[in-house]
Design a protein around this ligand. Structure first.
Ligand SMILES: [Zn+2]
Length: 137
């Protein structure tokens, strides 16, 4: 995917969030408490609620983004840069492209993405089943 198409589709936070939710919905959310796979979507709270036990899972819960406070847009842009511009995607460079002040959170995010990219066959996936690569977009 070229950068124009990428920016047209995912250039704003709400689009990235929407795409992320669509992929999660497709893959299914698994309850951490009871492993039930049926969930309601609570639009106001932007959370999934287990139909069986009521446990709530955030949109990022149970994914590689779980403990991250960075915007979805950062994750999408970083995944894009890392999958399309392998040599140009040092953490310093991605930090510059994102215009983010601090280096550490960007480095940590990229470390997680890289782990996910390197373990396609196992549990290191962005979501339950979704692989991080160009096919994601
Ligand atoms: Zn449950």
């Amino acid at each position: 995917m070229d950068i124009i198409r990428f920016m047209n589709s995912y250039g704003i936070e709400s689009n990235c969030r929407q795409k992320f939710k669509a992929v999660r919905d497709q893959q299914g959310v698994s309850c951490k408490k009871c492993s039930c796979k049926d969930h309601y979507w609570l639009k106001g709270k932007q959370m999934y609620q287990c139909k069986s036990c009521g446990f709530r899972t955030s949109l990022r819960g149970g994914t590689v983004m779980e403990s991250s406070k960075l915007p979805f847009l950062y994750w999408f842009v970083s995944i894009y840069l890392m999958s399309c511009m392998k040599k140009g995607s040092s953490a310093r460079n991605v930090q510059r492209q994102l215009g983010h002040k601090r280096y550490e959170p960007i480095w940590a995010m990229m470390h997680k993405i890289r782990s996910a990219m390197g373990h396609r066959d196992s549990e290191y996936l962005l979501m339950n089943e979704v692989e991080i690569d160009e096919g994601f977009f």
